[in-house]
Design a protein around this ligand. Structure first.
Ligand SMILES: C[S@@+](CC[C@H](N)C(=O)[O-])C[C@H]1O[C@@H](n2cnc3c(N)ncnc32)[C@H](O)[C@@H]1O
Length: 266
């Protein structure tokens, strides 16, 4: 997608400066093992902060972030390098009650401490090289694609996923493509998940559509014809094979205070 002056897809640049998300609170309300050894698709990954956090700190075997805006996807690849460069060496020591450090057997999935090296290291010395390692280990377990995921497939879709994330994206799909696009999106999520697969949605409230409509005439015109509302999402998802959602909580500050819902495919 060519960069547009108006972020009509919610393709905000510098989004995570406004929405600080190291230890993203939306991930913290999820059940602990949600991502452990799971293949995850992050739809609308923006600059990749959430995708990288899941890949680094939540034990996912594979995370694919997809975004409609190629500049954001490039930034996501840079973010991956930044997060890697701040990560410490694999932890292979433990300290006993007396404070004595003892060697222990290296864990099968050794992960270094996040934010071990200060950002100034990578700034002044350049990012750390990424050595080869197993594909399920960070940062090899996270990659990014540019695509309009409502209308286009990406190669990874073929193998399916265990978890799909849809954080702060339903409004943008709805306003750009109408009720039909939203149904297509939900249908595609159902198609890439096996029974038991999970769809995590943080949807924007209907009242917030008003501000987005003011961005652009296309969105304003589209909004006129919308019959569906965010309250209809559980019914729509039930019609295509998801169970009742579990509301995990409402997190985020100010305008970002939104509910996080977990749907399981039956
Ligand atoms: C408001 S941002 C949310 C970013 C991220 N999911 C989060 O909540 O931290 C919405 C993102 O969805 C992307 N997006 C919108 N429509 C999309 C589509 N059809 N396919 C892929 N990405 C899309 C935008 O480019 C933008 O980066």
């Amino acid at each position: 997608m060519a960069p547009s002056a108006v972020p009509i897809h919610g393709n905000y640049h510098g989004y995570y400066a406004k929405r600080p998300s190291v230890n993203d609170p939306r991930l913290e309300v999820l059940p602990t093992a949600t991502f452990t050894n799971k293949r995850v698709l992050d739809v609308g990954c923006n600059e990749g902060w959430v995708s990288c956090e899941i890949a680094q700190s939540h034990g996912a075997s594979k995370v694919v972030g997809v975004d409609i805006d190629d500049m954001l996807v490039r930034a996501a690849w840079r973010r991956r390098r930044t997060v890697w460069s701040a990560q410490g060496p694999p932890i292979d020591e433990e300290t006993d009650a007396t404070g004595t450090s003892r060697k222990r057997k290296r864990a099968p999935n050794p992960v270094g401490e996040a934010d071990y090296f200060p950002a100034s290291c990578a700034h002044s010395l350049g990012p750390l090289p990424i050595p080869p390692s197993a594909p399920h280990l960070f940062p090899h377990n996270v990659s990014f694609r540019t695509a309009d995921w409502v209308n286009d497939t990406i190669p990874e879709d073929e193998g399916g996923y265990d978890v799909v994330l849809g954080f702060s994206i339903t409004k943008w799909i709805h306003l750009n493509g109408g009720d039909a696009a939203l149904k297509t999106f939900f249908g595609r999520v159902a198609a890439v998940l096996p029974p038991g697969g999970q769809f995590v949605v943080e949807s924007q409230a209907w009242e917030t559509y008003r501000k987005a409509k003011r961005m652009d005439k296309k969105l304003r015109d589209m909004a006129q014809g919308l019959a569906l509302r965010p309250d209809d999402f559980p019914r729509l998802l039930a019609e295509i094979g998801f169970g009742e959602p579990v509301r995990l909580g409402s997190v985020g500050d100010g305008g970002f205070h939104r509910p996080v819902d977990l749907y399981t495919k039956l």
